[in-house]
Design a protein around this ligand. Sequence first.
Ligand code: CMC
Length: 425
Amino acid sequence: MTGSVKLIYGDQEFKLPVVEGSEGEKAVDISQLQAATGLITLDPGYANTGSCSSAITFVDGDKGILRYRGIPVEELAARATFKETAYLLINGRLPNREELTRFSVLLNDNSLVHEDMRSFYEKYPRSSHPMGILSSMVNALRSFYPELQNLEEEINMTVTRLLSKIRTMAAMSYKISRGHKVVYPRPDLAYCANFLNMMFDSPVKPYEIDNDVVNALRMFWILHADHEQNCSTSAVRLVGSARVNLYAAISAGIAALWGPLHGGANQAVIEMLSDIAKSRNMGRAIERAKDKKDPFRLMGFGHRVYKTYDPRARIMKKMCDSLLNKLKISDPLLDIAHELEAVALKDDYFIEHNLYPNLDFYSGIVLQAIGIPTNMFTVMFAIGRLPGWIAQWKESLDDPNWKLGRPRQIYTGPTQTQFVPIDKR
Ligand code: CMC
C-alpha cells in the first residue's frame, strides 16, 4: 500500500488504500468500498478499472511502451522465436537451451488433431467464418483430451496441446473449406514454417518455404502475443474465473477476438482500404469517420490504451514495407494505407482525439503478402494471442486474491409492477 484516497460520502469520511505496481502505476483499491459505504463504482467498458494485478505484460499507452515479462516487444520482435516468446509469457522467463528443446519436442508430439475431429469440419457450411469454427473446435478439444484431475502436469499438457494443435486446426479449417486435402504437420519444420506448409502445400504445387515469409509470420505472431487486459483476454479471465477448463476459456477468448472493434479489425481494415481503392474517394472515408451521426470509423486507427503511436504498429509498418519490397509485391492497398495514415495524422480531428494507427492497420497487408485469405486474418491474430491468453489464465489460477468474476450494475428498469394475465393485457 502506498497511501490512501479520502472519500467523503454524506457526513462520513472513508479512506481507500492506494496500491502501486512495479512501474509506478497507482490504483485505488475499492474492494471494501461497498461493504464500508454501500456504494459501488460505475465504469462502462472498464476503461478506468483494474480487474487484477498481473506480472505478465506492461503497457504504457502515453509513452508507447510494450514489454512482455519486462522485455521490450521491439527486442523480442527482432531476436526471439515465437516459441521462445510463448514460453516466456507462460512461464515467466526465457527458456534455456534444454528447456526449449523439450518444449519443441512436446509441441511436435502434440501437433496432430484427432482424426474424428475432421468430420466436424466437414459438416460446417463452406461459408462459415473460420473464427466461429476455431472457437467451437477449441472447445471440442476438451471432449477428446479431458483433464481428469486438474493437476499441474495435466494443465501443462493441455497448454502444450493447445499451442500446437491450434496451428493444425486453423490450417485444416482452411484446407477443408476449399475442399482440399489436409496437410499434416511436419516434425522437421519449426513452428511458423510448419503452419505455412500446412496451409499452402499441395500435391500439385509443393510449398516452397521462404525465409522472409517465415520471418514476417514470426514477427506478426510475436507482436500479437499478449496485450494485458484487453477484451478477449478479459473474456478468458472472466470465463476462466468460473473455473471452467482451459479449452472453454480460450474458446470464449476467440469469440471475443472475432469482433471488428478488436481482432476482427485486421479484416475490416483490408475491406476499408479495398473500398477506398474502388471508390477512389479517401476524403469521403475521412469525413465519414469524423461524422458523429455515421457509425463508420477509420478501421485500424485508435486504441483504448495507446494515446500515441502503437509500438506494435510501428514495427508492423516497417516489416510490411520491407516484406513487400523483398517479395517484389506492389500492393495498391499499401499505397492507400500510407496515404490514409499521412492524411489522418495531419487532420485536426485525429490529432485532437489522439488517433494513431494501431496494430491492425498494416497487419492485413502483411498477411495478404504471406498469402493468408482475408477471412483467416483474425484466426492468425488468435494463434498469436494464444500464449498471452494461456499465461493470463494460468496467472489467475494461481492468484491468491482470485475471485469469481461478477461485476455489479446500476439497475434502471421499472420498479416493482404487477404481473398482468394475458387476457387482460
Ligand atoms: N475513427 C474515428 N473516430 C474514432 C476512432 C476511429 N477509428 N476511434 C475512436 N474514435 C473517436 C470516437 O468517435 C470518440 O470520439 P468523441 O469523443 O468525439 O465521441 C473518441 O475517438 C474516443 O473513442 P472511444 O470509442 O470512446 O474510445 P475507445 O477507447 O473505446 O476506442 C477503439 C478504442 C479501438 C474501439 C476505437 O478506437 C475504434 O473503434 N477503432 C477502430 C477499430 C480498430 O481499429 N480496432 C482495433 C484495436 S487494436 C487491436 C486490438 O487490441 O484489438
